[in-house]
Design a binder for this molecule. Structure first.
Ligand code: AP5
Length: 216
């Protein structure tokens, strides 16, 4: 089964995608995570992507399509993929169709997490991430047991450079202009399922699992 999880920055895509992928044996592919790793490793991709990410703009389509295309080819033969944060533009959506078709596959469902913009801003500005294992926390909604320390691996928590209020709002604006048109694109193809992204993490997970037809 191949699933896209979309929604504005802060909608909870990453939080839910990790859980869904683990529970149902899907490969979780997140260009945001791959790009942050590339920045951390100081690779050429990381150097290309950093300025875009820090200002909340999208990294050019050709870079992202090549990155995801490579991972999709490696994933052939598995139980399916869960794409989190891809596609974000119409050219990316068309490229995904082509890349899946190359291996005789198709997209099964697109889940659109819906929530008010101010809730997204609160989630983004309070997010903390483990520098070592990448686990996600929130200073109010999901705090670690010890401030600044990851519950899972003991690594230090940090705030993403694009999680300031100014950049969070810029990312939401980019989402509205460049990614939201995909809602109509996928609705027209009968693939779109809106899911209420408000409420607690478990509550949203239950709705998502039911929507994609996997029992939680
Ligand atoms: P990316 O990392 O994908 O960022 P994003 O889409 O802006 O999404 P976020 O990671 O900010 O939010 P999320 O929806 O995953 O929420 P999360 O679960 O973390 O992309 C970063 C950048 O990379 C882009 O700006 C762009 O430059 C580049 N990029 C990436 N993909 C690209 C593409 N396809 N094309 C071009 N460029 C691309 O949750 C947020 C917070 O809320 C956390 O603290 C979490 O603990 C908390 N939370 C989650 N769920 C709940 C809940 N139910 N209740 C309370 N708190 C919750």
């Amino acid at each position: 089964m191949n699933i896209v999880i979309m929604g504005p920055p802060g909608a909870g895509k990453g939080t839910q995608a990790v859980r869904l992928a683990e529970r149902f044996g899907l490969l979780h592919l997140s260009p945001g995570d791959l790009l942050r790793q590339a920045v951390k490793d100081g690779t050429e991709l990381g150097r290309k992507a950093k300025d875009y990410m820090d200002s909340g703009r999208l990294v050019p389509d050709d870079v992202i399509i090549a990155l995801i295309g490579e991972r999709l080819r490696e994933a052939r033969g598995g139980r399916g993929v869960l794409l989190d944060g891809f596609p974000r533009t119409l050219p990316q959506a068309e490229a995904l169709n082509r890349m899946l078709a190359e291996s005789g596959q198709k997209l099964d469902v697109v889940v659109n997490l819906v929530l008010p913009e101010e809730t997204a801003v609160r989630r983004l500005t309070g997010r903390r991430v483990c520098r070592r294992c990448g686990a996600n926390y929130h200073v109010v909604y999901n705090p670690p047991a010890v401030e600044g320390v990851c519950d899972l691996c003991g690594g230090p928590l940090y705030q993403r450079s694009d999680d300031t209020e100014e950049t969070a709002r810029a990312r939401l604006e980019v989402y509205r202009k460049e990614t939201e048109p995909l809602v109509a694109y996928y609705a027209a193809r009968g693939l779109l399922r809106d899911v209420d992204g408000t409420g607690g993490v478990d509550e949203v997970f239950g709705r998502l699992a039911e929507t994609v037809g996997l029992s939680a």
